[in-house]
Design a protein around this ligand. Structure first.
Ligand code: TRP
Length: 450
């Protein structure tokens, strides 16, 4: 499979690597976050900027992370240390790895709470709670859940335990096998939901909302949000993909594989939007209702379609599964780092990292109820964690990554890794040196000066 000695095992096959990469990237970001951000930002203009950012910024950075990982063959911090050292570059590049681990901890702390909401919704749908509900009672169901710190904490704890269990055992073969069935099942179920949305009578309105940009809505903050989400949804800027890249064998074509992951991730997000917005408009709901959007719209669909109990339960099970595979990829780098830097073994590292994340998650739990009025910088703790990570940490580490690959690595080494034809490589290098870094810089300037 490879002609160069590697310091650790390779993915059993290209498909196993794809599953891990898709498992990390497809998650709550696509199905929960993308629709509500679109709604808060006013629709099509946000979607358009998001798509442009995915292609011009996300794709080249994804490729950079993979190629660095494949060259470095270690965790993100050691990888940067090793490559920067060999190229006689400053060891400060290691900060890319450090920033990633910090961001992972912050993101997973709230990600797990939302994963807990999805768990709660498995239970609601399995017990036929949605049957016959109208818009108002679906709203009450959700706000009652948020108002109860004890319930939120219980589900958050369960989600965290599930995540720790897998990471503690090493990435299990069973998970890989399950992904092969459950990920496609998620896509099928989303298609069913889009089909249902088409029967609501507001499909065209939903479609227009997503795809007809209203440029008057395009503020600096919307642009920054769209770029931040491009990083979030592709799991970029945290060294996750770098860590995965270290398992990539030399015969895998990075460009083609990255394109596949990007397309899948984007199609799933857009399908979620097409399922949700027609329901929003058909029921006179507010698209800008925030993080509760999918939890207040999809139950309406499940409550009214035939077989809704089964479809609803299945949907939330699959949502939890998608969230779970992403959460694993968030916990993994923290655990790997603890394992290497401290005397703790893998199980102990997983427990310590998981406990620290669980603890921070309590702040998010309380930010929806008892601490809702506590607003440092004018945001709740949940909003603040999301803001700092998606809008700053991910883009900044992502920027550093691509600047390193574009400007500080040898042209030939990069070309050999990417294995592209002359023209494609010339375009790639131009993107990596100019388009992507300038894109990130411009979005920052607009987003912050608006
Ligand atoms: N991409 C995942 C999602 O869309 C979330 C995620 C997993 C993530 N790993 C990440 C985000 C690393 C940023 C960085 O739900």
């Amino acid at each position: 499979m490879t002609n160069k000695p590697h310091s650790h095992a390779q993915w059993s096959s290209r498909i196993a690597f794809m599953l891990a990469a898709v498992g990390s990237s497809v998650g709550l970001g696509n199905i929960w976050k993308f629709p509500y951000m679109t709604g808060e930002s006013g629709g099509g203009a946000f979607v358009l900027v998001y798509l442009v950012c995915i292609l011009l910024i996300g794709l080249p950075i994804l490729m950079s992370e993979w190629l660095l990982g494949r060259l470095g063959q270690k965790n993100p911090i050691s990888t940067m240390n090793r490559i920067a050292g060999r190229l006689k570059r400053s060891r400060a590049w290691v900060l890319i790895g450090v920033g990633g681990i910090l961001a992972a901890w912050l993101i997973l702390s709230f990600y797990s709470v939302i994963g807990g909401w999805a768990l709660a919704y498995i239970r609601y749908s399995a017990t036929a709670t949605f049957t016959g509900l109208d818009g108002a009672s679906v709203g009450t169901l959700f706000s009652d859940l948020l108002a109860s710190p004890g319930t939120l904490l219980a589900w958050h704890s369960l989600f965290m335990v599930l995540t720790i269990a897998i990471v503690a055992g090493g990435v299990a073969g069973g998970l890989e096998r399950a992904s092969k069935i459950l990920m496609p099942a998620l896509v099928v179920l989303l298609a069913v939901l889009v089909g249902y949305a088409a029967t609501t009578g507001s499909f065209a309105e939903g479609f227009d909302y997503l795809f007809r940009p209203d440029f008057t809505r395009l503020t600096g903050d919307v642009i920054l949000a769209a770029m931040g989400h491009a990083f979030f949804t592709l799991s970029l800027g945290m060294g996750i993909m770098m860590a995965y890249g270290s398992y990539l064998s030399d015969d895998v074509n990075i460009g083609r594989t990255a394109m596949t992951v990007v397309i899948l991730d984007t199609v799933i997000a857009l399908a979620a939007g097409m399922a949700i917005f027609p329901i929003v408009f058909a029921n006179g709901m507010d698209p800008a209702s925030g993080p509760g959007l999918i939890f207040q719209t999809l139950p309406l669909a499940f409550g009214h379609m035939s077989g809704g109990v089964i479809f609803g339960t299945l949907f939330f099970v699959l949502l939890v599964f998608a969230a779970w595979t992403s959460a694993i990829s968030l916990l993994e780098p923290i655990v790997e780092w603890l394992e290497e830097k401290t005397p703790l073994n893998r199980l102990q590292s997983a427990l310590v990292a998981g406990a620290a994340t669980w603890l921070l998650g309590i702040a998010t739990v309380l930010s929806f109820n008892d601490w809702a009025a506590f607003m440092p910088f004018g945001m709740t703790i949940f909003d603040l964690l999301d803001y700092v990570t998606s809008k700053f940490m991910l883009p900044l580490t992502g920027l550093a990554t691509i600047v390193f690959v574009g400007w500080f690595m040898g042209r030939d080494e990069v070309r050999a890794q990417l294995n592209m034809s002359g023209l494609a490589f010339a375009w790639w290098r131009f993107s990596a040196r100019f388009v992507a870094p300038l894109g990130v810089a411009i979005v920052f300037v607009f987003g912050l000066l608006q």
